[in-house]
Design a protein around this ligand. Structure first.
Ligand code: C5P
Length: 235
């Protein structure tokens, strides 16, 4: 089969596949600080492709539209071709990360209801936060689409909370990216430990915060593997 590379990000390569699909090849790279810190973690691409595939399948079973179609090989996903919106949508159940730096909120504070935030994908500006007015101005999405996305985020949160709880872990927050196909809003990109914050019930970190905080790479790798092993057992 003929495939042509049509794009590349920090952790994935995109290849053309057919008229309505692309291939997403997950790389072994791990990055933090808008690309300021970068390393290679052997087989991370395989682990993240598998993790994301399982979670996308769980969402699809719950009638949430994602770009996931199937696997091409162990690290490559066949995905619906979307026109991606360069916005990161974050939902927070428990405070940690950027929100406790930006606002007078204590680490570990619980958000009920969850807090949803939008950020422009722009590493050079450190992904600035956006409101509905900014998103209309930049022609990223209209207010009614942002509200539709918020309702999808809340549905996904319920499903992920249930899943992560069954693994005996705690879901602090997660990030999704959306694209359009014929004006329908569809979840794209990935859902992995790079894009969720997960801790165990004793507060042990399992996600990319291990890497952000400078833990040894073998600890990061074994945590990603542990999460996938456990995830495979609960679905
Ligand atoms: O850094 P911050 O607290 O804003 O991150 C919120 C959530 O979004 C975390 O789960 C983090 O892993 C994810 N995120 C991401 N990609 C980014 C920034 C944050 O997946 N560029």
């Amino acid at each position: 089969m003929e495939t042509r590379k049509i794009g590349e990000g920090k952790t994935k390569e995109v290849y053309s596949y057919d008229a309505s699909h692309v291939l997403l090849k997950f790389k072994d790279s791990i990055t933090a600080g808008d690309g300021a810190k970068a390393d290679i973690l052997k087989d991370k691409g395989v682990i993240n492709a598998q993790t994301s595939a399982i979670i996308f399948r769980v969402l699809e079973r719950n009638n949430i539209k994602t770009h996931y179609v199937g696997m091409y090989d162990e690290r490559t996903m066949i995905a619906e071709k979307l026109s991606m919106i360069p916005v990161e949508v974050v939902l927070r159940n428990i405070a940690t990360g950027s929100i406790v730096k930006r606002l007078p909120i204590k680490e570990g504070e619980v958000f009920e209801p969850p807090i949803i935030e939008f950020f422009l994908k722009d590493d050079s500006r450190h992904d600035p936060m956006l409101n509905y007015y900014h998103m209309e101005f930049f022609k990223l999405m209209k207010k009614n689409e942002a509200e539709k996305i918020e309702s999808i985020m809340l549905k996904v949160n319920k499903i992920l909370l249930d899943l992560i709880n069954r693994m005996d872990f705690v879901l602090y927050d997660f990030k999704l990216e959306f694209g359009r196909n014929n004006n329908e809003l569809i979840i794209g990109d990935e859902i992995t430990l790079d894009s969720m914050r997960i801790r165990d019930k004793n507060g042990r970190i399992l996600d990319k915060d291990l890497y952000r905080k400078g833990y040894p790479l073998d600890i990061v790798a074994s945590s990603y593997r542990e999460f996938l092993d456990k995830l495979s057992k609960v679905v």
